[in-house]
Design a protein around this ligand. Structure first.
Ligand SMILES: [Fe+2]
Length: 203
């Protein structure tokens, strides 16, 4: 396939991520390696797609299918984890500022937003996201089962809650609910508010 692409590299892990409250350095280091794996996979798949000969039809379609599905998994894995790692390392508590205004408008209260995101995380298999949907003009807590299911077009994730077992099993065993509570305790809402401003999301 005559496309060109650039190799990308993994973002560095913020030092604060190694000193989270209740989520261990061991977990974060293992988790970061998974993220690096998604970056490597993305580069590898794009390289393979460059080598696919579209003129030899039948075999190509099955190869193409698996490469293109895997590409969504890899790129989804990169984006999800870049949000996750970037907005941890804070002091949790209740959000203030623009994000808090959006949450209160669209969920009624901060507690209601937290309760809904937590329940979504307990119901999902991989992710729960608080995303601003540009067409709806509001926040939703969307559910994801994997890196590539079920993001919605034209929505921007502002909070990404990883509920894969790798995110918590070392520290919490099967107690996902306790992990989600700690996730909130470690959120950096300044980072989330920076994104709200950068993306130009207005109440
Ligand atoms: Fe993860």
């Amino acid at each position: 396939m005559a496309t060109t692409y650039e190799q990308i590299t993994a973002r560095e892990l913020k030092p604060a991520l190694l000193e989270l409250d209740g989520i261990s350095r061991e977990t974060i280091e293992a988790h970061y390696k998974l993220y690096q794996g998604y970056v490597n996979k993305r580069n590898e798949i794009l390289g393979k797609l460059d080598g696919v000969d579209l003129s030899s039809a039948n075999q190509v379609y099955s190869d193409l299918r698996s490469l293109k599905v895997d590409l969504t998994f890899a790129i989804g894995g990169i984006k999800n984890h870049e949000i996750y790692f970037e907005h941890l390392g804070g002091i949790g508590g209740d959000p203030a500022g623009a994000f808090a205004d959006l949450v209160k408008r669209d969920f009624g209260s901060v507690d209601a937003w937290k309760a809904d995101l937590k329940a979504t995380g307990l119901a999902g298999r991989g992710w729960a996201w608080t995303a601003y949907d540009w067409d709806e003009g509001r926040l939703f807590n969307y559910l994801g089962d994997a890196q590539n299911t079920f993001p919605v077009w034209n929505a921007t994730a502002l909070v990404a809650l990883d509920v894969y077992e790798h995110a918590y099993f070392i520290d919490f065993g099967t107690d996902r609910a306790a992990y989600i509570d700690k996730f909130f305790d470690n959120l950096d809402y300044d980072v989330v508010n920076d994104w709200v401003q950068r993306y130009g999301i207005r109440k």
